[in-house]
Structure formats: C-alpha cells, structure tokens
Write a new protein. Structure first.
Lengths: 210, 309
C-alpha cells in the first residue's frame, strides 16, 4: 500500500450552495481503490466534507431495507444526506432524531445522475452528531473563511493565467483549472453565498440584542 | 519581475553596502551566463556572487544575506517575509497536488514548521533526515499557522552536520471528526515497561495476561487543511468526557461489555470543535490541554473581507 492510501483525506468545509454544484466527480488514478473526489467549483477536490446545519426532515425512502434521507439546511441551501444498512450508526441517528435539530456530519460526496441527465450531489455520512447552535455558527464562519481562501487562490491563478510572462510565486492551481473547464458558474457566485451566510449570522445577533 | 531580475536584486542587496554596483550590471552578468551559456540559475548566481566577492575582497561570511534574513523557526511570525533557515527535514509528506514537488516538516532547535516546494520551481529534492541551509524562502500564514515556501530563487545547500530538533508543541483548532478503534476502556499488559494494549486479552509480547484497565481515545481532529491524529490519555479523556476510569469500569460491568464506554464517548465528542495543545510524537499529537470551542463565532471581520474582495 502506498503512503497516499494511508493518508487520511481532509474534510473540506463547503456550503450547500457550492456543494450541490459540485457535480463533476473524478479519480486521480486508474487504480480501482483510488479515492473519488468531487470537484468544488471554487477549485479544490473533496473526498470528504464536514458540515453543520439544521436537520429539518427525515424520511425512510428505502423499499426492501431501511434507507434514510435527511435534509440538512445551512444558510445557503440544503444538503441531502442518505444513510442505509452500510451506514448503520448514521442511519440510526436519522431514525432517532426528531427534527428540527442542529447536526454535524462527516461524510463523503456522492453524485447521482437522474434519468433526465441532471446530476444530483448528496452526502453519504460517516458520522452524524447532534450539536448546539454555537457549533453551527462556528461552522458557518469557518466555512466562509475556507471558501474565501479558495476563491482567493482561484483568482490568483486566474490573474497568473492572464499575465503568464510575469514570474510569480503563485502556485499552479490544477483544480481551479479543472473547475473552469467543467463548470459555468463564476466563483463570484460563491463569494456572494459567503456574504449571504455571514449576514445571516449577523441578523441573528442583531435580533438577540435588545 | 523575472526570476533573473529577482536574483540580481538579491545579489545587489547583498553587495550594496560594500561595492558600488548597479542591479543592471548584476543582471547583465547573470543573463550572460543563463541565456548565452545555458548555466543553471543557481550556478550562475554562485558564480556572479563569487565575482563580486573577488572584486570587493570580501569573504562570503561578511555578506548580509540581502533582503532575506537568517532566522530561527520559532521567530517566524509574519507572512511574506524572505528568510534563510537552517533546518532538518523531519518528515516528508505526500503532496496532495501535482503542483507541489515536496511538502513536509522542517525542524531546528527552536521548533518545527511546514514547508512546501513547488514543482515549477525545479529545485533539487530534499531528503528526510537531511540538514539544509535554505536561503531565500518565503514565509506564509494560514489560520495562524506559519509555513515556508521554497521558490525558484531559493538556494539549497546540503550541510554535513547534525541538527537537534527542539521539542515541538502543536496547537490545533478543528472539528473532532472521527474516533478510531482502540478507544475507550482498554486493557494494558501489566508486565514491567510493557503497557501494550491487549487484543482479546492477549499481549503481543507476553501472551495471555491479566490486563489492567485504562482509558484513552484516539481521534482525528480536522481543521479543513489537515487531518491530525490526536491521542487523549487517561487524564485527558477523563477531563474531556467527564467519565472517570472508575465510572467507565462500572458502565462496562453493568453492560457486560466494554464497548459501551467508547459509544458513550463517541456521542459526546464527535462533531465538536476543540482547541488542542500538546507535544507531537511522530504522526500523533498528545492532547495536553483541551478546550471546547463553544463561544460565539464572530462573522464581522470576514464579512468585511468578503465584501471587499
């Protein structure tokens, strides 16, 4: 086994709006066991994500065996979370938790193509835990920060593309390049969702202060 | 600014206190070597530096290192500084991207720091355990943690000496995303100096033994950039979970099963944000000081940044 297979994949922080746009999935090698990645439109790859949001609905959509679907809402959209017999712990949390509740989820991105060709992106959870609102708020701020960082790196790369003769210490950014090839939506959209997410926290704060 | 110009600037900075020479003159000499004679830039730089050393009658040691400053690792506390460090390569990690040639951990007697070497800078490979003088590296900061980046102007010199690496305390702020097997209420081998964790009542070294109970948790704390493996010993586990070793034994006794302890701990800690400080042992951080991050998060500063981008 090579070293890279032993290295644990980092859990990316990504808002629902960007995650649901991450419809392009790829592998880095032809090896059967090579990890799958979702391509984030802001130019990074994600084999695992960490999210915190409000569980608003749970439903057993399985036919023969239990297959739980949860809707988890963040300030920018909804994550769809599916857990069945191979994720027994996560499935039991979805079964036993009464919505609405704040939950934190570690999971893997999965894409699914419907009959009409639309690609849906969902989360296959490794763990689901019930958490408090401070954890949710902290995640929103953290995810905003990580997203802005990706956007900055994307723009640096773009600027570098436009002025290739200038020797810059900016790194090449292969996932920014891939994102530009695969996706139409500009990164500016995700800057707006970051602002939207952060403003939603501000509003809550303002309401709380008399 | 072109690479050659950057090198010329560096050399000029080194000599400007000693010799009356213009940057253009330095650049001209470099260009002759690089463009006409196809000399690699490092070699050209050495050669041009030697030329000015001769001309000025100076020794190499007399030179200031120009725009970059010789620093110890613990002094690095500002991004985008050009510095020279002498350090040992403690560990090489697998680059996550093809744009990175090498990434890993450097150490000197004052501490450790992450380094990144870009593929496009085309520098010689660093070896694990090797001690190097790295001139002209750039500091970077992310989430309060510093790193150094080797770039195309960096000069790498392998040193034939040993370097003591200082004790390193890590500080991690992130979400506890996983609890690994071998966590919770465990049994250790009671033989002197053994303390191995028993598997099904057996010690790898001493066979079947009457084990002694202990508490520990092996976790992954993920800050969105790296996944850190963090170990909580008995004291840290008791403090983190509020479950003492005695209580854990009682729980296991009631359930006739030790795994109930791990389950209960998992429910308490997974998915929560912590700040963890402690010494690093290989790939593990030993949790010494643990704080749950449960205060309100402040979006204000980021909002200003996001709006101005």
């Amino acid at each position: 086994m090579s070293q890279s297979e032993l290295t644990r994949e980092v859990a990316r922080r990504v808002f629902a709006a960007e995650f649901n746009d991450s419809t392009y999935a790829f592998k880095e090698s032809d090896d059967e066991r090579a990890p799958n990645y979702a391509l984030l439109p802001t130019g990074d790859r994600a084999n695992r994500i960490f999210l915190v949001g409000t569980l608003t609905e749970t439903e057993d959509v399985g036919e023969d065996s239990e297959y739980w679907r949860g809707r988890v809402v963040d300030p920018t959209g909804t994550f769809f979370v599916y857990a069945g017999q191979y994720q027994p712990e996560a499935a039991s949390v979805l079964r036993d938790t009464e919505p609405p509740a704040y939950v934190s989820i570690v999971g893997k991105p999965r894409t699914y193509e419907t009959d009409d060709g639309t690609v849906n992106v969902s989360v296959r959870p490794e763990t689901i835990s019930v958490v408090d609102d401070d954890t949710r708020d902290r995640w929103v701020v953290e995810t905003a920060e990580r997203t802005l960082h990706r956007i900055e790196a994307f723009r640096e790369w773009e600027a570098d593309q436009e002025a290739p003769e200038s020797a810059s210490t900016a790194p090449t950014n292969e996932y920014a390049q891939m994102a530009r090839e695969q996706y139409d939506s500009p990164v500016e959209n995700y800057r707006r969702t970051v602002i939207q997410a952060l403003e939603s926290l501000e509003e809550i704060e303002t309401e709380a202060t008399p | 600014m072109s690479d050659v110009r950057q090198h010329a600037d560096d050399i000029h900075d080194q000599f400007s206190d000693h010799v009356d020479v213009s940057v253009d003159d330095v650049e001209g000499r470099l260009r002759t070597l690089v463009d006409e004679y196809k000399v690699p830039i490092d070699e050209a730089r050495r050669s041009v530096t030697n030329h000015y050393l001769d001309e000025s009658g100076l020794d190499r040691e007399d030179l200031s290192s120009g725009s970059s400053e010789v620093v110890e690792i613990e002094e690095i506390d500002e991004p985008e500084q050009w510095v020279d460090v002498t350090a040992k390569v403690i560990e090489l990690w697998d680059p996550r991207s093809d744009s990175v040639a090498q990434v890993g951990l450097l150490g000197d007697p004052t501490g450790t720091i992450k380094f990144t070497k870009w593929a496009k800078s085309d520098l010689p490979a660093l070896e694990e355990g090797g001690v190097y003088e790295l001139d002209n590296v750039v500091t970077d900061e992310y989430q309060g943690r510093y790193s150094v980046k080797l770039n195309s102007t960096t000069v790498i010199e392998a040193l034939d000496e040993e370097l003591e690496v200082g004790d390193d305390t890590s500080e991690i702020e992130g979400a506890l995303v996983d609890m690994q097997s071998g966590s919770g209420l465990i049994k250790r081998c009671p033989k002197d100096d053994c303390t191995r964790v028993l598997q099904n009542g057996r010690c790898n070294e001493h066979g079947e033994v009457e084990g002694e109970f202990d508490l520990r948790i092996k976790t992954v704390v993920d800050d969105g950039i790296d996944a850190h493996e963090v170990i909580f010993d008995k004291d840290a586990t008791e403090e983190l979970t509020g479950i003492s070793l005695e209580e854990a034994k009682d729980m296991a006794m009631d359930a006739l099963d030790t795994t109930v302890v791990a389950d209960e701990i998992r429910e308490k800690v997974v998915g929560t944000y912590y700040r963890i400080e402690g010494p690093t042992f290989g790939r593990y951080v030993l949790a010494d000081d643990v704080t749950e991050l449960d205060g309100p998060a402040d979006p204000e500063e980021l909002l200003i940044k996001a709006r101005s981008m």
